[in-house]
Design a protein around this ligand. Structure first.
Ligand SMILES: [Cu+2]
Length: 651
């Protein structure tokens, strides 16, 4: 083992050295390459300490990595179809991608967020937002599969989402782009009178995790950028950043950057619950889908909702307050105690820290600097706790290590700055390669950060890896933050844009990870639970193949009686009850994808043969020594032929 370790370290050393040559770029702040290599080395057969869940950005997916190794374990398809797993191609998962705009097989996924209990990531679920067609997905962390996708009505650009409250009472969603609410045909130049923002509170059923839009708040027509929940003392509040308080509708890079201060909106969601209970809301027409996957039937369903409850701040005193915050703030981050609300003004050099205690006392004393559409504006000086004079440029996001320190990314100066809560002094800074957006510390936005590591999620990779044409893999960088000084340990490429990430101690997830789906619990309407149930049934022009797989054959494996013009549904049940033995299914001429069927699961592929002939099908997932023999034929006869339906195995 020692020899292996030494060899690996030596190789990594060479690799690290050769990546630091040429243009004189060195991993500033890094340990010696060998000691960095040792810190990220997870020996063959050993496990990583953390699961990291990375958004895929414009790939629409979530990828699962181990930390500290940076090894990729899985890509979980969420908002984009995925031929590898048949996701969005098989009949069972198609309903997950239904929206009010029809079937939408792609999205731009930004912020993974773990469910929490008592402000601690609990390993039940992972949420992630879809920006373009506003949606939130819930991934079940037992199966690592997308279990639910809810569409967000009255929203455009679902960016400030899906941040979670301390006990997962809500995940939230704020619209980045304001819109006419409800939608209507108006001149774009009538923005100021006709456009509004919306903040959505999606409640979570604590048993099943089912999401419903509990209520929305109709807001002034600003851009709502990011959010974070209060915690501890500030539990019950949610904070959203805004920019474009200028309410411009064109050339926003200039016009939305005029005001010296925009706002953080502080929402008292417990107050909102009182208004809802008292019936003090408007019910607006809406049209949005709630899509759920059932683990027993292995099928998703899509339901339409037609109304949404909307709170109007003017009618709901005490619901929302505005905290003036310089300057087009991007991230809003709440420290583990819940007292400090950090506004990262992206056109600013300094960070603004608001105090929750001061905010409450200003509210109690009714010290307001005016109001906007019924929302009281607090005075900057009354709520500010301090300023971090960072010396950096373009602060975006802050996370915490649980030891009284905060870490903020600076996009323009391409660095992470470590600073101390309460004294606001800068303790350390380290470059990133290059242009860091979010950063992530395991548990770093919760009440109980694990600390130890920090991952920078970079927008630009440039010269960090072997070139691959005009497009380079995006990059994550792993830093050791256990000491006084941050130390760069590792670069690793990511899937799509690693927009944001979350990480959790592996031992919270591992014991609950599902190994198989019990066959006896399979309630799929087209399941065949034993090989003797395998058959083919014709229903008009539809043909249903009840097929089973087990190492190493399909039943049936010879099918006749299908005709040109038929819709053939292959319902394939994997009879295996053993961990890590999926079977695949592919048939010549299919216009969709393969099936990849987990043990005990049933999945359905639609096949529409266009020409007569005999077509082979086979298993795509290497499953046994006789995997290559796992194949069969289906015969297609002319329309109007009288070849009888038959399904045989071994005859
Ligand atoms: Cu197989």
């Amino acid at each position: 083992m020692k020899k292996v370790l030494f060899l690996f370290s030596a190789l990594l050393t060479i690799a690290l050295m050769s990546s630091c040559n040429g243009d004189g770029k060195s991993a500033s702040g890094a340990l010696s390459a060998q000691s960095a290599a040792e810190k990220v080395y997870v020996a063959p057969g050993e496990y990583d300490e953390f699961y990291a869940f990375m958004s895929g950005g414009f790939s629409g997916q979530v990828s699962v990595y181990g930390l500290p190794s940076g090894r990729l374990f899985k890509v979980i398809p969420v908002f984009s179809v995925d031929g590898e797993k048949g996701y969005g191609f098989n009949e069972e998962t198609k309903p997950l991608l239904e929206t009010s705009h029809g079937f939408v097989p792609w999205d731009d996924a930004h912020h993974p967020e773990l469910s929490q209990t008592d402000g601690r990531p609990d390993g039940r679920w992972l949420f992630i937002n879809g920006n373009n067609t506003p949606r939130i997905a819930r991934i079940d962390l037992r199966s690592f599969e997308t279990a639910e996708i809810i569409e967000i009505p009255n929203s455009g650009g679902n960016h400030s989402s899906p941040f979670v409250t301390e006990n997962s009472e809500y995940v939230v969603a704020g619209t980045r782009f304001s819109l006419p609410i409800p939608q209507k045909d108006v001149a774009i130049s009538s923005y100021q009178e006709n456009f509004n923002g919306s903040l959505s509170f999606i409640s979570l059923d604590q048993e099943e995790g089912h999401m419903e839009v509990d209520f929305q708040i109709l807001m002034p027509g600003f851009d709502y950028d990011l959010a974070h929940a209060g915690k501890g003392n500030s539990h019950g509040w949610m904070f959203f950043t805004t920019y474009n308080s200028e309410q411009s509708h064109t050339l926003k890079e200039v016009n939305a950057s005029q005001n010296d201060k925009d706002f953080i909106a502080a929402v008292n969601w417990k107050k909102a619950q009182e208004y809802i209970a008292a019936g003090n809301f408007q019910e607006l027409p809406a049209n949005y889908h709630v899509n759920r996957f059932d683990e027993n039937s292995h099928m998703a369903t899509s339901e339409v909702r037609n109304t949404v409850r909307v709170l109007i701040p003017e009618d709901c005193p005490g619901l929302v307050y505005y905290l003036p915050t310089p300057k087009s703030p991007h991230g809003v981050d709440v420290d583990p105690s819940g007292e400090y609300i950090i506004g990262n003004g992206k056109l600013n050099a300094d960070l603004t820290v608001h105090s929750f205690t001061k905010m409450i006392s200003a509210i109690e004393q009714q010290k307001f600097d005016g109001e906007i559409d019924g929302i009281p504006v607090l005075s900057f000086d009354d709520v500010m706790a301090g300023t971090v004079s960072s010396g950096g440029l373009g602060p975006l996001h802050t996370e915490f290590d649980g030891e009284g320190n905060a870490y903020t990314t600076f996009f323009i100066s391409s660095e992470v700055v470590k600073w101390k809560l309460e004294t606001w002094e800068v303790l350390d800074r380290i470059p990133t390669y290059y242009s860091v957006g979010h950063l992530m510390i395991p548990g770093g936005d919760s009440r109980h950060p694990w600390g130890k590591y920090m991952v920078a999620l970079n927008k630009i990779t440039k010269d960090r890896y072997l070139p691959t044409g005009p497009e380079l893999a995006h990059s994550a960088q792993l830093y050791d933050i256990s000491g006084e000084k941050m130390e760069l340990l590792l670069d690793f490429p990511t899937i799509g844009e690693p927009h944001y990430a979350q990480a959790i101690a592996a031992d919270i997830i591992m014991p609950n990870s599902l190994k198989i789906y019990p066959l006896e619990e399979n309630t799929h309407p087209y399941v065949a639970k034993v090989e003797s149930d395998a058959r083919v049934e014709r229903d008009g022009a539809e043909v249903h193949v009840y097929m089973t797989t087990i190492r190493s054959h399909f039943a049936p494996d010879n099918i006749e009686g299908v005709k040109v013009g038929d819709k053939v549904y292959f319902h394939v049940t994997n009879l295996e009850q053993d961990w890590d033995v999926p079977h695949g299914f592919a048939v010549l001429g299919a216009n969709n994808a393969e099936l990849l069927i987990m043990p005990g699961q049933t999945e359905t592929l639609l096949w529409e043969p266009k020409e007569v002939g005999v077509y082979p099908f086979y298993c795509t997932d290497f499953c046994s020594a006789l995997h290559q023999e796992m194949q069969g034929y289906i015969r297609v006869s002319p329309e109007g032929s009288n070849v009888a339906i038959s399904a045989t195995t071994g005859e």
